[in-house]
Ligand binder design. Structure first.
Ligand SMILES: [Zn+2]
Length: 421
C-alpha cells in the first residue's frame, strides 16, 4: 500500500513509496493496519495479496455529468473549444429535459461507481431555463446515491451572467433548494471580469459558500483571469475553499508573470485541478496541423509552490471530449503520461484521491483504522505495473465486500432522444 495513502507511514517504504502492510477488515470497516507480519490477527480468514497494490477509492473533483454521453446526437464537428461550446448550447436547448439529464447522470455515476469512485463533483450548466431543470434533477440524483458516491455540484455559466440579477436570483434559489454550498462560473478576459467576480464573492460570503471556477481554458497567454481570482481572494480574505480548473494559459506565459500568478494562488490557498484528457483533446487543435502543446496547466510549479494540485476526469463522450468514462484510473494513467506525474510517482498518487478529497472538504482518499473498508485491489506490485495496464481487473471493495458493479451498457442510452444508433 502506498505510504501516502496512510495517515502516517507504517514501516519502511520501498523505492516507489509503498509500505507492505496487513489490513484487518471487520464488519465492513478497517479494524487494523499493521506492518506485514507484525500483528497476529488470530483465526480471521486471510486473503493473500502478496504485496500487490491496494489503493483508496478515487475522488473525481471536476466532471460534467449533465453534459455526458450526448456525443451520438451532438458531435463536435472539428474537435476544438469554440465548436464544443456551440454544440452543447444547441443540444442543451433542444434536448435537456429533466428526464434526459437524469438518465445521463445516472449512467455516468454507474460508470464512476464501477470504476471505484467514492466522491464526485459535477458542474451544472446553469443558464436560462436550464437552471431550474437541472438542479432538482441533481438533488434527486444526489439523494439516490447517498452512501455510494458523495456528490457535490457547482453552477456553470459565463462570468458575465453574474451581472444579470435575474439570472443570479435563479442560481441562488436553486442552490438554496438543491445545492451543496458551492458557487462557480467560467472566468475569462472580459471587460467586466472583476465586477462579475465581485458579485460571486459577495454572494459566497453572504451564504458561507465555497467557490469553484473554470479558469482561462485557453492557449492565449493574455488569458490572465486566474491572477484576478487569486488577488480578489487575498484582498477579501475569503475564508472558504476555492477550487480552480483548467488554467491552461498559465503555461503559455513568461516565467516571471507565471511565477507571480502562482505565488498569488498559493497565498490565496486556492486548489488547482488539471483536466489532462480534455485539455489535450481541445487545446492546440487545428485541422491538418500536428499539436505542439499538451494543453495542461503548470501543475508541477503550482505544487512546488505549495498549492493543493490534482487531476480529474472533466467531460465524457460529449462535444468537449469525445471519450472518457469517469474512470479515475484512466485519468491517472493519462495524467502521468501527459503531465509527467512520475519521478517520483508517489508524490502525485494523492492527486486522484487525498488531494481532491481535501479540495472537497471530505475525509476520503486515505485508508484509516475505523473507516469503511473501501479500497481498490490490483494485481500490480509497482507503479509501472499499475499504470501499464488499464486495471480492468481491479477489484473495488466497498464496506469490506467486493463490488460486482459494472459500467452500464451503452445501449441503455438508446431510449433517449437522438442517442439510438
Ligand atoms: Zn470542466
Amino acid at each position: 500500500m502506498l505510504g501516502r495513502s496512510l495517515p502516517e507511514p507504517l514501516g519502511p517504504l520501498d523505492f516507489d513509496g509503498f509500505a507492505i502492510v496487513d489490513i484487518l477488515v471487520d464488519r465492513g470497516a478497517i479494524a487494523k493496519i499493521a506492518p506485514a507480519g507484525a500483528v497476529d490477527f488470530g483465526d480471521a480468514p486471510e486473503v493473500e495479496l502478496s504485496g500487490r497494490i491496494a489503493l483508496p477509492l478515487f475522488v473525481d473533483v471536476h466532471t460534467h455529468i449533465d453534459k455526458g454521453h450526448i456525443w451520438r446526437r451532438k458531435r463536435n464537428p472539428v474537435g476544438d473549444f469554440p465548436s464544443a461550446l456551440q454544440a452543447v448550447i444547441e443540444d442543451r436547448g433542444a434536448n435537456w429535459t429533466a428526464a434526459d439529464v437524469a438518465a445521463r447522470m445516472e449512467f455516468s455515476l454507474r460508470s464512476a461507481y464501477a470504476h471505484g469512485t467514492a466522491a464526485l463533483r459535477t458542474h451544472i450548466d446553469s443558464v436560462g431555463a436550464q437552471t431550474r431543470i437541472s438542479w432538482p434533477v441533481f438533488a434527486e440524483t444526489r439523494e439516490r446515491w447517498l452512501g455510494r458516491i458523495e456528490l457535490q455540484a457547482s453552477p456553470l455559466f459565463s462570468i458575465e451572467f453574474a451581472l444579470d440579477s435575474s439570472h443570479m436570483a435563479d442560481v441562488e434559489a436553486m442552490l438554496d433548494a438543491h445545492g451543496t454550498g458551492i458557487l462557480g462560473a467560467v472566468t475569462y478576459m472580459v471587460p467586466r471580469l472583476r465586477q462579475g467576480l465581485e458579485v460571486l464573492f459577495d454572494l459566497a460570503e453572504r451564504k458561507d459558500w465555497e467557490l469553484d471556477f473554470h479558469v482561462d481554458e485557453s492557449a492565449d497567454p493574455a488569458a490572465r483571469s486566474l491572477k484576478v481570482v487569486a488577488d480578489m481572494a487575498i484582498e477579501r480574505r475569503f475564508e472558504r475553499r476555492i477550487l480552480v480548473g483548467h488554467c491552461c494559459s498559465l503555461t503559455r506565459q513568461e516565467d516571471d508573470e507565471r511565477g507571480r500568478t502562482i505565488d498569488a494562488v498559493a497565498r490565496a490557498g486556492i486548489s488547482v485541478v488539471s483536466l489532462p484528457m480534455c485539455n489535450m483533446y481541445l487545446q492546440d487543435r487545428a485541422a491538418g496541423r500536428t499539436p505542439r502543446w499538451r494543453g495542461v496547466t503548470a501543475l508541477h510549479e503550482l505544487k512546488a509552490a505549495g498549492v493543493n494540485a490534482m487531476i480529474a476526469s472533466d467531460n465524457t463522450r460529449d462535444p468537449f471530449y469525445a471519450y472518457g468514462d469517469l474512470d479515475m484510473m484512466e485519468t491517472w494513467r493519462e495524467g502521468v503520461r501527459i503531465l509527467h506525474l512520475d519521478y517520483p510517482f508517489a508524490d502525485w498518487a494523492p492527486a486522484v484521491s487525498a488531494s481532491p478529497a481535501q479540495a472537497m472538504g471530505l475525509d476520503l482518499g486515505v485508508l484509516r483504522e475505523g473507516r469503511r473498508a473501501d479500497l481498490i485491489l490490483t494485481r500490480a506490485r509497482d507503479f509501472p505495473e499499475l499504470l501499464a495496464r488499464p486495471q480492468s481487473d481491479r477489484i473495488v471493495v466497498r464496506n469490506g465486500e467486493a463490488s460486482n458493479a459494472a459500467p452500464p451498457d451503452y445501449a441503455e442510452l438508446d431510449a433517449l432522444k437522438g442517442l439510438a444508433p
